[in-house]
Every structure is written in C-alpha cells, then in structure tokens.
Design a protein around this ligand. Structure first.
Ligand code: FES
Ligand code: FES
Length: 206
C-alpha cells in the first residue's frame, strides 16, 4: 500500500515518454533520481550530480533541463522526454542516427545527455534564439548560421570526457541540416534532408 502523503512526501504522476507513472515520492527527490532509481529509466546518466556536466539532460516540455538540479515534484503535469523516448518506434531520431553515423561518442556515457541537448539546440536555433557567440542577437535578424562555433557554444553545457567533440559538432550540424531541409524538427529522414545534412556536417568538418 502506498504510504500516506506527509509534509515531506506526496503521491505524484509523471508523464514520461508519453506514459503516466504514479509514484509516492519524497519532495527532495531529484528528477534524475526518480528516473533512474524509482522508474528504472537508466538511459539518463548521473555524472557530477551538481549541474556541471550535462550527462543528466532531459527534455521537459521540449526544453532541456539538467535533471540532477530539478525536483521530480516540479515536473508533475509536464511532458518529460528521456533518451528512451526520442526514437519513433524502431526508427532512430535523426540526431541519434547522426551520432551513430558520425561516431559522435566514444564511451557513450555522456551521449544520452548530448542527444537530448542537441534536439533542443536545433529547436532553439530554428526558433531564432541567439547564443553568446551570435553576431547580431536582434530578433529581426532571424536564426544565425549554425556554424561549428555556434554549435560548440550551444552545446557547451554538455561535457564529454573522451573528447568526441569534433564528431559531436558534425552530428549536430548534420541533424540540423536535415531538419532545415524538411522544415520540421519532428521530421524524418528523406534523401533531400540527408543530403542537406551531409553538406552541413562536411562544412563543420572542414
Ligand atoms: S549529472 Fe546533472 S549536470 Fe552532471
Ligand atoms: S562519449 Fe565518453 S564521455 Fe562522452
């Protein structure tokens, strides 16, 4: 029987990857610990546990958050996406496919966080959000070119201890190129999108 709610615990419902999970939880539990320790969603990794490395990045209402610094209770009623939920059944998400094709990882520990972050980066860029290295941050200037420098800056919250950064930048560039060609961040692979993405990745590699 579920414990009765108290001043330090509650029964909450988390909507994760389109599935509802009901669980009694201590109010101090982080979203990361709820995912890994309570719900067995161990794709999300714990690196530093203090907001420094990005390994625990997930999407909450399509925005990236470091789940080690987010309380599970604060995520109730919101749409949480973890690495387990980014693929479409057997079809990998374009960002996942690009990481695979271009070797955007070595040990893979940081990869779930890198991929979740990259998905949000592409959305943020397409929506015209500037970064610290954007030349003209005025909204009317529109999205800046997604140069390797822009990608590095926007992904700078995600550390890779193996140093796979060169391939990670290429993978993000390729996926962003595919999205742009298809006109939708939720788009699927097409020959046209893949060609555009490959051009972008080659540019990032140059
Ligand atoms: S584990 Fe969350 S930022 Fe490092
Ligand atoms: S692939 Fe090993 S830490 Fe990034």
């Amino acid at each position: 029987m579920a414990p009765a709610p108290s001043s330090t615990s509650s029964a909450i419902t988390l909507n994760i990857n389109g599935e509802k999970h009901h669980l009694p939880i201590d109010h101090r539990t982080t979203l990361l610990d709820a995912l890994r320790e309570r719900l067995d969603l161990t794709g999300t990794k714990k690196g530093c546990d203090q907001g420094q490395c990005g390994a625990c990045t997930v999407l909450v209402d399509q925005r990236r958050v470091v789940s080690c610094l987010s309380l599970a209770v604060a995520a109730e009623g919101r749409e949480i996406t973890t690495i387990e939920g980014v693929a479409d059944a057997d079809e990998l998400h374009p960002v996942q496919q690009a990481f695979l094709d271009l070797d955007g990882y070595q040990c893979g520990y940081c990869t779930p966080g890198q991929i979740c972050s990259a998905i949000a980066v592409i959305e943020e860029h397409a929506a015209g959000w500037p970064s610290a290295v954007t030349d003209d941050p005025a909204p009317e200037a529109g999205p800046p070119p997604l140069t390797p420098e822009e990608i590095r800056e926007r992904m700078s919250g995600n550390l890779c201890r193996c140093g796979a950064y060169v391939s990670i930048v290429q993978a993000v560039a390729r996926a962003a190129g595919e999205y742009a060609a298809e006109g939708s961040a939720a788009g699927k692979h097409t020959a046209e999108g893949h060609a555009a993405g490959t051009d972008a990745a080659e540019e990032a590699a140059a």
